[in-house]
Ligand binder design. Structure first.
Ligand code: MN
Length: 333
């Protein structure tokens, strides 16, 4: 049985559990971000049929664009935010006292625990060139009720990606572990987030953890991903270009990627997450009532979230709740 996904790709129909390899191409959708002075971002995750890849529950690409970013203080619960810039600088301020510039090459990792708030501004008062990924990692039960924290890492480890033809590629291990190389950043589930460079004319091998699920996101350049087993239509190569994501499922111990002119990709993956989650606005929880409680706390200006340093009254108000009860999101791939 087959059907078409959003990108018109033929994919296999399967059970809700992710029980094996997949090769599903998904497109990012353009969404406004940041309230009144909104900027456009491209959202690859969550997808209607794919709420999580491991513990990764959200992936936005903002850019490349020339913009003045003003995301005023807003709250988070139950997650980590991973900010990974390609171009430009963003000033991050939060309720644990951080006031830092987020720059290319540095991982900025904010762990909300039970509650944190932050703002994100582009540098200066004028429009600037900006391009970055922002991802969220769902926190497991053991960490999601804990204290908020912020950390940055400017010296991230790399892993050579062995070439089958041409020159070796390189992975920067941003979060978690790839092969035998681990990022120093704090993580609470088995996970990987890595930037991958594929040289022009090369085919490289990317090691994967067979028990984990993975997805590849195109950042720039041209990439062809060799998938085995093949897709249900018999194709064994998937072209991964601008703003597309390839969901790979589980039970792959590697994937091969070729590029004609050179490519940059981002790999996300991890152990299938322990719970189904309820995600609404900036909150990740397990039930409708938890989300309502967090929303009320933000609207009440209470102690749960505290004050973002260097800000006055400006803040993003919570949107109204939907008329229906929020439900847990389930994988349907
Ligand atoms: Mn945020």
């Amino acid at each position: 049985m087959t059907r078409l996904d959003d990108a018109g790709e033929v994919v296999a129909e399967s059970a809700a559990e992710c029980d094996g390899p997949r090769a599903v191409v998904m497109t990012s959708r353009e969404v406004p971000l940041g309230g009144v002075r909104a900027m456009a971002v491209f959202r690859a995750l969550p997808q209607r049929e794919l709420p999580l890849v491991g513990a990764w529950c959200f992936l936005d690409r903002f850019g490349p664009q020339r913009t003045r970013m003003r995301v005023e203080p807003h709250p988070h619960i139950g997650l980590q935010t991973v900010t990974w810039p390609f171009v430009g600088e963003v000033r991050h301020r939060d309720t644990v006292g951080s006031d830092v510039m987020v720059r290319r090459g540095a991982l900025n990792l904010m762990t909300s625990g039970a509650g944190i708030a932050h703002s994100e501004y582009s540098h200066g008062d004028d429009a600037v060139d900006l391009d970055a990924l922002q991802l969220w990692v769902a926190l497991p039960e053991s960490r999601r009720h804990g204290a908020p924290a912020f950390e940055r890492h400017e010296d991230l480890p790399t892993l050579p990606l062995a070439a089958e033809t041409g020159d070796d590629g390189e992975a920067t291990v941003v979060l978690g572990r790839l092969g035998d190389v681990a990022s120093p950043a704090s993580v609470y589930t088995p996970i990987v987030g890595a930037e991958l460079h594929i040289p022009a004319g090369a085919t490289v091998r990317i090691p994967l953890e067979a028990a984990w699920e993975h997805a590849l996101i195109a950042v720039d350049g041209d990439a062809s991903v060799h998938v085995s087993p093949a897709r249900i239509d018999g194709a064994d190569t998937v072209a991964l270009d601008d703003k597309r994501m390839l969901y790979l499922g589980t039970r792959r111990d590697h994937v091969r990627v070729a590029s004609a002119a050179g490519a940059r990709l981002f790999l996300i993956g991890g152990a299938p997450f322990e719970d189904e989650i309820v995600m609404w606005w900036n909150f990740v929880g397990r039930s409708h009532d938890e989300i309502v409680e967090a929303r009320d706390a933000w609207e009440a200006h209470g102690e749960r979230f505290g004050e973002v340093v260097g800000h006055g009254d400006e803040r993003i108000p919570a949107p109204p709740l939907p008329k229906v009860r929020l439900t847990r999101r389930r994988r349907r791939l």
